[in-house]
Design a protein around this ligand. Sequence first.
Ligand SMILES: Nc1ncnc2c1ncn2[C@@H]1O[C@H](COP(=O)(O)OP(=O)(O)OP(=O)(O)O)[C@@H](O)[C@H]1O
Ligand SMILES: [Mg+2]
Length: 217
Amino acid sequence: MAAKIITVFNQKGGCGKTNISVQVGGSLGRRGKRVKIIDADPQNTATRWLAQAKDAAPFPARISNLSGLGPALHREIRADLENFDYIVVDCPPSVDSPIAGSALLVSDLAVIPVVPSPADIWAAVAAKKLAAHAQGTNPSLKVVAVFNMVQRTAMAKGALDVMSEDENVPVLKSQLGLRSAYRECQVMGATVHSVPRAGAAVAEVEGLVDEILKVMK
Ligand SMILES: Nc1ncnc2c1ncn2[C@@H]1O[C@H](COP(=O)(O)OP(=O)(O)OP(=O)(O)O)[C@@H](O)[C@H]1O
Ligand SMILES: [Mg+2]
């Protein structure tokens, strides 16, 4: 079966694109799926993260940095469809970059990470516009938002109320909390599953993967 393609994007920097790409890609790999993470960001964050893995504990997904392909990225993604079960594309934050738009042309699911703060919610409007534009060419593209770095505050509740008004882009029930485990696992070249006593983070990542799979069905 051809790979399902999940593109994680948002022009807003630092909202958790790479964290979600690596956690979701790695978790699917841990489930025995053949996964490729495409690092489409010239910052190389995902590539550097996975490079930290020791030979004795390899990361459970492949990685390629294809940021140099720019608007031709979708062709290279398509070329690998038969070799993987899932391809996860980690996009750069730049508004000017053609990369996210290219990846969305061939994607099954667009994931927009959003930190529950006003600035991030404002920025999400531009990301949603880009996804809606891609849906013009790729009508089967589904688009969801995921809250990341959530602290149980009134701000998160308010953000959820605002974001939930948009019926075209549902906010997933699964949220990732603000947890040090997400930073610790970068040093290990791993997902949160490898961090001691990170059960809460593991549970929310696994819940997110389950929900993403359900949405893509
Ligand atoms: N849920 C979280 N809890 C704690 N720290 C987090 C969480 N998600 C991301 N981070 C940290 O916040 C920083 C930014 O996250 P990340 O690199 O995933 O964002 P990004 O959207 O990919 O950034 P960029 O736009 O630069 O590519 C990183 O240091 C990351 O480890
Ligand atoms: Mg990133």
